[in-house]
Design a protein around this ligand. Structure first.
Ligand SMILES: [Zn+2]
Length: 288
């Protein structure tokens, strides 16, 4: 048995079809839809909310998603400058972070703040796929925890969008500790009788699935999103059995009770608005 690859963590791209990369030159970038093979210019994809006309959902930059969700001009961002350190002195980590800051325009893998959605004030978080594939290190854990603590203090609902390859390997055990920390903050918010809604987007895996990704009152998902803890290839290698088709996709998770409903991106804002209004009416009724 070869031992040198025993602890090698397969990259997401090795287990799942990777997100189609930009093609063409940088002045005229475009992407090919993996489902219908249409070549779509980047500007058009952005206008369409990163959804192909065939219904395929591309990954969406966090800030664009956020702005398409909240009422115009209502977003107040918190902890925007939190950048974190390199606690384990992982070689190349600082350089990689700097590179991703430049390419994504974000300081870390989650954006947090307060906003209004259909006129209802809420605490909001949106994870960034283009910063370490939304992996959770100390900064992500701290920002999520602070957001839930603020929401609890201000008696606000939380609306969140996850995308994550799991824990931030470069931060080792410290990244795993964020699972307990964030879960504690979600529990306090829940114990205060407050509402938490999450939308799981492709991919939501590892430590985020095992913490605040699966702790909401209402769990929605985008069509076709990969949702699970370990990747399918790791599970197949461990149990030595072939997994069923569509295993860990959103549709599979709805069938098996882990997700309440699949909601296409264009319908999300209205549905979330309706659910927030229903929650507020319930709160008012409780106090009459
Ligand atoms: Zn398509």
């Amino acid at each position: 048995m070869q031992l040198n690859n025993l602890f090698k963590r397969p990259k997401l791209g090795e287990t799942e079809a990777p997100e189609p990369a930009l093609r063409g030159d940088t002045d005229d970038p475009s992407r090919t839809c993996p489902r219908c093979q249409s070549v779509i210019p980047e500007y058009q994809l952005s206008d369409q909310g990163y959804v192909c006309s065939c219904g395929y959902h591309f990954r969406m930059p966090a800030r664009k998603r956020l702005l398409s969700l909240v009422d115009e001009g209502s977003f107040w961002e918190m902890d925007a400058e939190m950048k974190g350190l390199n606690p384990l002195d992982t070689p190349g980590y600082e350089e990689k972070k700097e590179k991703l800051r430049n390419s994504s325009g974000e300081n870390e893998a989650v954006i947090c703040g307060l906003a209004q959605i259909h006129g209802v004030k809420a605490a909001v978080f949106v994870m960034e796929p283009y910063f370490f594939m939304g992996s959770m290190g100390c900064v992500v854990g701290e920002k999520i925890t602070r957001l839930f603590e603020l929401a609890t203090a201000e008696r606000l609902p939380v609306v969140g969008f996850t995308v994550s390859g799991g824990a931030r390997m470069q931060e080792g055990i410290l990244s795993l500790m964020q699972m307990a920390k964030t879960s504690g903050a979600v529990k306090m918010h829940s114990d205060a009788g407050l509402f938490y809604l999450v939308v799981l987007t492709d991919p939501t895996t590892g430590g985020v699935t095992a913490s605040y990704g699966m702790e909401a009152d209402i769990t929605l998902a985008e069509p076709g999103a990969l949702i699970g803890f370990a990747g399918p290839r790791v599970i197949e290698q461990t149990i030595r059995k072939k997994l069923p088709a569509g295993f860990q996709r959103a549709e599979f998770q709805v069938e098996h009770g882990f997700v309440d409903a699949i909601v296409p991106r264009h319908n999300q804002r209205d549905l979330i608005g309706r659910l927030l209004h229903a929650h507020i009416q319930k709160e008012v009724a409780k106090h009459v």
